[in-house]
Design a protein around this ligand. Structure first.
Ligand SMILES: *Cc1c(COP(=O)(O)O)cnc(C)c1O
Length: 422
């Protein structure tokens, strides 16, 4: 599938007059249309709720859009809980799916009325200690171990993952939690990240539904929801085929009809915690070519670097690049597109065939709407960029200003000489 930016060169030239590059830009229209598709794909399940994984794109303006689409939030830290509450999410609109959780964060989540999803068996005791009770609604994270396979082969290795409880532990957890007063139970699992196949959710749902039936039968605990968590991916590469959320929703429905309905569990709600699928394609990193360098390879130096988008440096992840205004030019130049960090992995693209790039050209780095800005850091004293929202009406809203040196220095105990920079 051809990858086209959601913004034109003309629009970008206008935007960059007010906001210097680099910045992350989000597409409100695309976000809303996609959110509506997600809601529709699971509308067969009356209790369905998507809890957007805040870590993917922690910005209140984005969360507000998703709230208006009927989504909740999935949080894993105190600041994500605070942001959710400030945007107006409350009670069961918030899922607290954390791991290695600081005990006081269980308290904070419970005070907000959020649903707590326990990553480990030993957290039962921790929660009881810090809250003084066990919440009536509670969820447990499951890890089946081994490898997770679907039709086209092994997808990932849950047995190596630090998350979740074993099957034996989850049965014991349900018994204990029920004894201690829990009334509505959930089960959760996240086995594979960025799946570009329509089979992942239906396969996972099948496994969790069967587990839910056994759990309810053997422990008498009422399973109220099954949380399929995240992991639904996006085609970062143009040759990949995008997931069809309607086929995914239908696949989950079939498993539901096959397993839960005959077991008399046709009232179980389906929850999801997608981050990437909800936001990744609807954000991009806009950067400008500021240098070209010809040594043993051809380099284009841009004004963004890995602190603005860590995925290529961290995982060797592919992010498609469009050289704006040269969409139809032949890709007859082989470049490494690099940032300015003193780290040789600071490369947005390696040996990428692109049109000839001239200094001053604007580059759009695609699919940075999730796990893009949010994975940013400050290495080399580099500052985090701005985040902008391209609104449905074509206007642009600054939803996070760029960091300044003052921000970077703000946490230091500064000496007299540094005060002139603050
Ligand atoms: C990261 C994460 C998600 C979101 O994952 P995506 O791959 O972005 O969909 C959901 N739930 C939990 C618990 C996570 O850690």
């Amino acid at each position: 599938m051809e990858k086209k930016p959601f913004v034109t060169l003309e629009q970008l030239e206008k935007i960059t007059k007010d906001f210097p590059t680099p910045f992350h830009l989000y597409d409100e229209k695309g976000i809303i249309e996609n959110a509506k598709r997600v809601q529709e794909a699971f509308s067969w399940n009356p209790g369905f709720k998507e809890y957007f994984a805040v870590k993917a794109t922690p910005n209140p303006a984005i969360l507000k859009i998703l709230k208006d689409c009927g989504f909740g939030t999935d949080c894993s830290s105190a600041t994500e809980l605070m942001m959710s509450e400030a945007v107006g999410f409350s009670g069961h609109d918030i899922m607290f799916s954390s791991n290695d959780t600081p005990p006081e964060e269980f308290k904070m989540a419970d005070d907000m009325g959020a649903i707590i999803n326990l990553d480990d068996f030993t957290h039962i005791e921790c929660v009881e200690q810090v809250l003084g009770h066990i919440p009536e609604t509670i969820s447990c994270r499951f890890n089946p171990g081994g490898v997770f396979e679907i039709s086209n082969g092994i997808m990932d290795n849950p047995g190596d993952a630090k998350y979740g409880m074993t099957e034996e532990q989850i049965f014991e957890a349900f018994r204990i939690l029920k004894e201690k007063g829990a009334k509505r139970f959930g089960i959760h699992a996240f086995l594979v990240s960025n799946t570009v196949t329509n089979d992942y959710y239906p396969m996972l749902a099948g496994e969790l539904f069967e587990l839910a039936v056994r759990l309810e039968k053997e422990t008498g605990a009422k399973v109220a929801f099954v949380n399929l968590s995240g992991g639904v991916g996006v085609p970062y590469r143009p040759e990949q085929e995008a997931n069809d959320i309607f086929a995914i929703g239908e696949g989950v429905r079939k498993a539901y009809e096959r397993i839960l309905v005959p077991a008399g569990m046709g009232d179980v709600a389906i929850y999801t915690e997608m981050g990437r699928f909800i936001l990744a394609p609807y954000g991009c990193l806009v950067t400008r070519a500021i240098h070209e360098k010809h040594t043993y390879k051809e380099y284009i130096g841009v004004d963004a670097c890995a602190v603005n988008l860590m995925r290529p440096a961290m995982y060797g992840a592919y992010h498609h690049i469009t050289v704006m205004g040269k969409e139809n030019a032949p890709c007859d130049h082989k470049y490494d597109v690099v940032g300015s960090l003193c780290e040789n992995n600071d490369k947005f693209a390696i040996d990428r065939m692109l049109p000839r790039i001239d200094k001053g050209d604007l580059l759009v780095i695609h699919d940075t709407g999730a796990h893009g800005f949010s994975m940013g850091y400050n290495y080399n004293g580099k500052l985090r960029s701005a985040e902008l929202l391209l609104k449905e009406d074509g206007s642009v809203q600054l939803i996070r200003r760029a960091e300044t040196p003052q921000d970077y220095f703000a946490t230091l105990d500064v000496c007299e000489e540094m005060k002139k920079y603050l």
